[in-house]
Ligand binder design. Sequence first.
Ligand code: ZN
Length: 176
Amino acid sequence: MDALCQLIESYISTGANPLTDDLALHGIQECAPVLVAAYEKPGRVELREPLAFAALLSGIALTNAGLGAVHGFAAPLGAHFPIPHGVICAALLPPVISTNFAALRAQQVDHPGLLRYAAIGKVIADDANLTPTQAIARLHSFTADLLRQLHIGQDANANNRRRHRQFLHRRLELRR
Ligand SMILES: [Zn+2]
């Protein structure tokens, strides 16, 4: 999920360029179709190869293009709470996409940023004929569905809540 977020944010970044665009879209094309299968079938090592390649591409893309609001929030959240980086990124991705979409649309109904989100949606849907609105909707539903399919954010059971409280308590004690 971290790789997917990094690819999407690199492509949406104002620092993107034609090289990082190609790397990001190719990485998304590699990882999006196999993410759920790789999670559900951990024994199928061959499904991890496209994920590893996508992770490599995401690293090159983000180094040259930068990232966005998901990673802007992920750094401080990861520093203050014992939540894996990929979980934070996955959980923030759908609301950040919605917020960016609304902000871009408020600025200009055919804002170039919207077309970039749409390009990602077309890659994920593997359908170049989608309208921008359809493609963005596919991108949003894909990222939101991943949370449920990968069981992200659904493990807030008593043990985790206790672990988070203990972590925060230790941090607060360290500050005294
Ligand atoms: Zn990351």
